[in-house]
Design a protein around this ligand. Sequence first.
Ligand code: BGC
Length: 726
Amino acid sequence: MANRKVKTLQRTKTGKKSEQTNGQASFHNTDRNTIMDRRKFIALASVSTAIALLPRPGRTGYTFSEADARARELVAKMTLDEKTFLMSGNRRNDISRHNKAGARYPNPNYGCPRLGIPPVRFMDGPAGVRFDYRATCFPAAIGRGASFDPELEQRVGEAIGYEGRALSATLFGGIVVNLLRHPRWGRAQETYGEDSYHLGVMGSAMVRGVAKYMMPTVKHFAGNSIENTRMFLNVRMSERVLREVYLPHFKACVDAGAACVMSAYNKLNGEYCSHNRYLLTEILKNEWGFDGFVMSDFGAVHSTVPAVMAGLDLEMPSDTYYAQRLAAKVREGVVPVEQVNESCVRIIRTMLRFGMFDAPELDLKRVAGKEHSELALESAEKSIVLLKNDRGLLPLDPAAIKKIALIGPFASELNLGGTSSSKLFPPYQVSPEQGIRKLAPNVEILMDEGKAPSRAGELAKKAELAIVFVGLTEKDENENRDRRSMTLSRAHETLINEVASANKNTIVVLNTGSALVTENWIDRVKSVLVVWYPGMEGGNAIARVIFGKVNPSAKLPVVWPRTQDQLQPFHCWAPEVEYDYFYGYRYMDKKALEPRFYFGYGLSYTTYNYSNLHLNKNRISRDGIIQVSVDITNVGKLPGEEIPQLYVGYKGSKIEHFVKDLKGFSRVALDPGQTKTVKFDLKAQDLAFYNEITRSWEVEPIKYIVYVGPSSNPAELLSAEFEISN
Ligand code: BGC
């Protein structure tokens, strides 16, 4: 619909051309007026905040065409300044005040008070809504990635969306799907893992869940996987690498209905992501048909014109380069008003579609209430990976034990992880000690913080077994800082070794946001559990796994090498990096290196047997689908859940491919003795590569190898071949 505004051009005091609309006074670009204008907008925006927060019964969730038409009507009524302020964060608003629920207001833009357009209200994640308020703290995303459970992730997303909305936020900014290219990335814990397919499945589940109550944002678009230099880093990559490795998971989230995409701080191929027209407009909006809006990471805009012309719709969290500066550029004729109109339509349309003009009455009691705490527990239980369990030391039977030594800094204090934008403040947290005492009330618990390893060793000698709680903290990995090393600190390694030499039944419980190199100690201990940063119910989840109330089922979403040298280099201080095709498990596959723990690896208290891998066809066309089935039997004594994984290899291709590529996974519950047939649909189109010459996706008519098994370890995979014909 055409913009129905009547436009006139006039000269301002500074002699520049200015747009005037519908007879309304325009804002002139003098300092004095600029300050006045901004104040006026801030004052009005506060009013609209109050209005927007009043529960207004009414319709939510317009259809696309209704929302589009309504948005265009509204935009046609807006003055230029109203439009450019709508496209700007409003830092001076009330973010330092507390709302009725006692939480600080989320970051708003200006909205448009005159027309009743409420501001968007941005709130971070990803372990829950990051209010300074008692919201549920779920496990870190990396742990939820280890659950390989999109159905559960969707429920977590719904709970997060509910809490955020109940606390007055409308835009959830906590869906991180950046590919974990190297485990030392400081924000590894915020994403789901290293595999694009897996990231896409988990991220879209979160998008679908959050979308019930809030507008889901996926971030940071794109190629953001180094912290130290993130503000100026230039990430270079070929078109093929971009299309096949760094973008498909974003596309999956867009297809799942993401409302907003946040542009990353770094540059991609020489251009800041927030100024990157190729990325934001050509690929995201034009090619993928994304109809939501693009927001900058906080402070990621460097200049007005390149950002707006690239397709960046909303500058956050301030109005540094948009607002009156953008209006001035329109008046100067540098930025066409259509570009601004388009951004406003996107913002308003998305708010209407997601029902953000209404304030539904949500029950604050559900925020970190029983239901969400139980969900946090379930999610934590399904995130714990059993890495090692010699002679079946775990699970423990509390009736058969008299004394346990709990050693280390994270035994009596739960390690929640989270840094800066991902740090949560839940109403309570259950420490491992509390969880263990609850399930083993008759067992004597000996405690030592582990500050002096030899003293801890002495204590460990007095117990039948020792559990050492060590790992990383936000000092080691955080937003702004990459990990310096792949190992635990020397202090933690020494502690493990002292305790292990004092007590042959030593179990290690690890907090970490991604892979660790464990060579200095792993052979000396009997059992190892990776609990990531397990959220506020962490202590209960850990205890329930230790005592066998829960059979561990999670798998590693990132390969754990034996040494850092087994992985591709990590240049976290360079101003420019080149990302090539091979990284992580794919890099190690190519070099035929054997990691300590394979991608997809994780033990259980029972044993599963894989058999009868079957393909329903041995040849399909380029748009065909092949059905893969496999039988999985629980041949152990306990019920459990297994995560079968499907990988594909390429045979006789004219180009270089990964040795194998994850293309499917599922989660299946099996009682002892039970067999289930698991089926995967594999589309020929999902095996396409990106042809840089024709600039299109192409499915090669070659042979493909299907691998199915409990991890990416070639020794454990069944395989079969099929062909795609011309
Ligand atoms: C982070 C984003 C976050 C934003 C707002 C930035 O520094 O990179 O992930 O959403 O801050 O807190």
